[in-house]
Design a protein around this ligand. Structure first.
Ligand code: HEM
Ligand SMILES: *[C@@H]1O[C@H](CO)[C@@H](O)[C@H](O)[C@H]1NC(C)=O
Ligand SMILES: *[C@@H]1O[C@H](CO)[C@@H](O)[C@H](O)[C@H]1NC(C)=O
Ligand SMILES: *[C@@H]1O[C@H](CO)[C@@H](O)[C@H](O)[C@H]1NC(C)=O
Ligand SMILES: *[C@@H]1O[C@H](CO)[C@@H](O)[C@H](O)[C@H]1NC(C)=O
Ligand SMILES: *[C@@H]1O[C@H](CO)[C@@H](O)[C@H](O)[C@H]1NC(C)=O
Length: 324
């Protein structure tokens, strides 16, 4: 009823539907699948308790979904005989815990088949996983996304930011997604959880300018520590470190205190100190309450990038394959 009214209003007031596309709602499945959100929460908490790396993985999958074709679950699709999917792009090879999404989807399909999108499940699961340690939701996830039918291996590398980017490039990348410098700085705080592979920052340790030197924007003591974890071997793609040393499963403000002590892991992290606006935000984010509030706001923004709603796309039956 309410949705019909909104759609009608869009047609009458704006003359066409385009203006009203992309509208998400709080508890979109309240009537159509009342248990959807609690099923997500239940399975996520089981899986996070069994493996503390799950929150970082789900948060990163959600981010990589939203930046490529919008938050449409395209990252969840597997390659087929005819198509190599986003998942198989180099930048996505270390994504993991897709099976958590599949487990949730199977349980929800049992309760209410064909109602809840994979894109929404991913957005909810990322939120619930990160929030579990606080026993309360850290941000609101609006729902009503639908699933895309297209996933192309060529798209992640031209849409996602990379760890070697400088501030100008990061700002530009986020701007193409409708996100500003504040969002860039606040969402980078996601790096307070999870790991980073040595091959992505080794150049900062051993050969910064091509003369066997170190990145001067990296704290020397921290660089020495990183060298103990990351061998000087360009063929090593396995080694990794916690991005937020000793607290990589805690969603906290350490990312920002590390950053201010020149202990940002990637060039893209350190880059946030090279811009006055971003640097000011970094300092504000040292206060937990401000960080959580700002993170909630920016996640909401990220979560509605390019979403499919209404009758666009589909509700997949299984998250790794489009409906036949
Ligand atoms: C600002 C631009 C960003 C760049 C250049 C970037 C780059 C990276 C890189 C290179 C890794 C390490 C991957 C690996 O070694 O396996 C990583 C991990 C991660 N990123 Fe980002 N990222 C950015 C923004 C974000 C955002 C916006 C979020 C979410 C809000 C996010 C969440 C994560 C998480 C949670 C991990 C850890 C994944 C794990 O432990 O498996 N990142 N990111
Ligand atoms: C889909 O791909 C994932 C890896 O990304 C793999 O673990 C899973 O088995 C695949 N699912 C199917 C049904 O092929
Ligand atoms: C692959 O493409 C061919 C030709 O376009 C088509 O006949 C076939 O059904 C496709 N297979 C799948 C799995 O999509
Ligand atoms: C950022 O990187 C781009 C591409 O390498 C380069 O053209 C630009 O000069 C760099 N900007 C700054 C401020 O270093
Ligand atoms: C350092 O980088 C330079 C230039 O990219 C390269 O020629 C040299 O082989 C590298 N040295 C090491 C030890 O990797
Ligand atoms: C790297 O990891 C892969 C898969 O986990 C493993 O098969 C391989 O032996 C590892 N290589 C090294 C050099 O540790």
């Amino acid at each position: 009823m309410k949705i019909k009214f909104i759609l009608l209003a869009c047609v009458v007031v704006f003359g066409f539907l385009g203006v009203c596309q992309g509208t998400l709602h709080k508890h979109f499945y309240k009537h159509s699948c009342p248990r959807a959100e609690s099923i997500v929460q239940r399975i996520v908490s089981q899986r996070v308790l069994a493996n503390p790396r799950v929150p970082a993985r789900l948060l990163r999958i959600h981010f990589h979904d939203c930046f490529v074709r919008g938050c449409d679950g395209s990252i969840l699709l597997n390659s087929t005989a005819n198509n190599t999917a986003e998942k198989d792009a180099l930048i996505n090879l270390n994504l993991a815990s897709f099976d958590v999404i599949d487990e949730i989807k199977a349980a929800i399909e049992k309760a209410c088949p064909g109602i809840v999108s994979c894109a929404d499940i991913l957005a909810l699961a990322a939120r619930d996983a990160v929030s579990l340690q606080y026993k309360r939701s850290l941000w609101v996830v609006l729902t009503g996304r639908r699933d895309g039918r297209v996933s192309l291996v060529a798209e992640p590398p031209i849409n996602l930011p990379t760890p070697g980017m400088n501030f100008t490039q990061l700002k530009q990348n986020f701007a193409t997604k409708g996100l500003g410098v504040k969002d860039l700085t606040v969402l980078s705080g996601g790096h307070t959880i999870g790991i980073g592979h040595c091959f992505l920052f080794r150049g900062r340790l051993y050969n910064f300018t091509g003369r066997g030197d170190q990145d001067p924007s990296l704290d020397p003591t921290y660089a020495a520590f990183l060298k103990t974890q990351c061998p000087n071997n360009n063929n090593d793609f396995n080694s990794s470190v916690e991005m937020d040393p000793r607290s990589s499963t805690n969603f906290d403000t350490h990312y920002y205190s590390n950053l201010l002590h020149k202990k940002g892991l990637f060039t893209s992290d350190a880059a946030l100190l090279t811009n006055n606006h971003a640097k000011r935000t970094v300092k504000q984010m040292l206060k937990t309450r401000r960080f959580f509030k700002a993170f909630a706001k920016s996640m909401k923004k990220m979560g509605r990038i390019g979403v499919l709603t209404g009758t666009a796309g589909e509700i997949r039956k299984q998250c790794w394959v489009v409906n036949s």
